[in-house]
Write a new protein. Sequence first.
Length: 446
Amino acid sequence: MSSTYDAIVSRYLERTKRSRELHDEAKRLLPRGVSSNFRVVDPNPIFIESAVGTTITDADGNRYTDFANAFGALLVGHAHPKIVQALEAQARRGTLHAMPHRLEVSVAKELRARFGQDQWRYCNSGTEATMHAIRLARGYTGRSKVIKFEGAYHGAHDTVLVSNKPPLRLAGLRSRPRRVSWSEGIPQESFVHTLVASFNDLKGVRALFEENPNEVACLILEPIMMNMGVTEPLPDFLPGLRALCSEFGALLIFDEVKTGVKIARGGATEYYKVTPDITVLAKAIGGGMPLAAFGASADIMEELNSLRVIHVGTYASNPITLAAAEVTLKEILTDEAYRRVFALNRRLVDGYSRLIREHGLPCYANGVGSMGTINFRKDVLRDYRDWASVDKHASQAWYLAMLNEGVIPQPPGPDEQWTVTVQHTEADIETHLKAFTRVAPLLKSL
């Protein structure tokens, strides 16, 4: 480790003493002291006291301009007044029904208008939604196999917890990735039907279809690979996947847990003009509440309608979450809000690009819609093998150094991205860029 990095960490430790005390206590009660492995931060995470608007305050009283926004779930920002009002009003009418209610219809109408799928079902997390979408595809096609992409994260269920971040020594050829489980406790039988391809490699996908004739139920992907920063598809990739799935009788699933409503009103379907067979949504549609949904044509959803495929859940369509979703989709995420957020994000991405050039840093910034990141590598990322060469040490230094300057630049980790929200202002963008102006010389001296 360099003396510069040591100085960054030393300053961070000095600023977060109370958070470290809380983390030490939490480690006695929670594995690694956190409630999700994605929240692990070395040397310790910050513990949050409040989050309002664009500002987070931690247990030490430090105030941060937040661009992490709960792993991108908060396109509305923290404690949006309209969300708070909707939650208070609905809580007085009931917090859980486990019975039908008006909000189910209202939100489904809005999702249909945005994404074009006839019918929808609700659940509580992206993991649930991708799991149900895959089951639906298998039921509809009568097939078992699933194609996913190396480096992609589709939730924490066994079928797709494969080749998420495989060590390259185990991963096989770029053109022929091997299946590598991401966790102990997953029997090989659980992912024996999962096939792995490289992102942006249509030839590799075709080969998997041809080697498994009439066996592939679906291909699932994030239209933009969001667990590799912001890795975009090549121009012919999504149309090519659409054509391949149609040719081989498989369903195309867009996992829009992160991209849905964040790159366009209608997500990747609208942005890339490619229509999947099943759309999966979560995170930002809930306005900060735990909500997910999956939608498809009435023909595909007949599998649920006929009870041939099962989808159940006591908390599915929780009225509190749907009250937040209704306000989010109908009142907050307006056309004007999108224009403003996208312009602010472009200003942030362009500002980073300018500063990177000025300081001669070996990295680049890119973004789509409301999201962006720095990739700590000179060449543009196209797939997981490219991402594997990203400088993780520099990314960690950037993250901690930015926190020291009062900005949470994105969630921790080189695979994440920032989110500009409807509550961010031009002043917030300037605060972010001014912080990076102070951090950039440190990165150059690592």
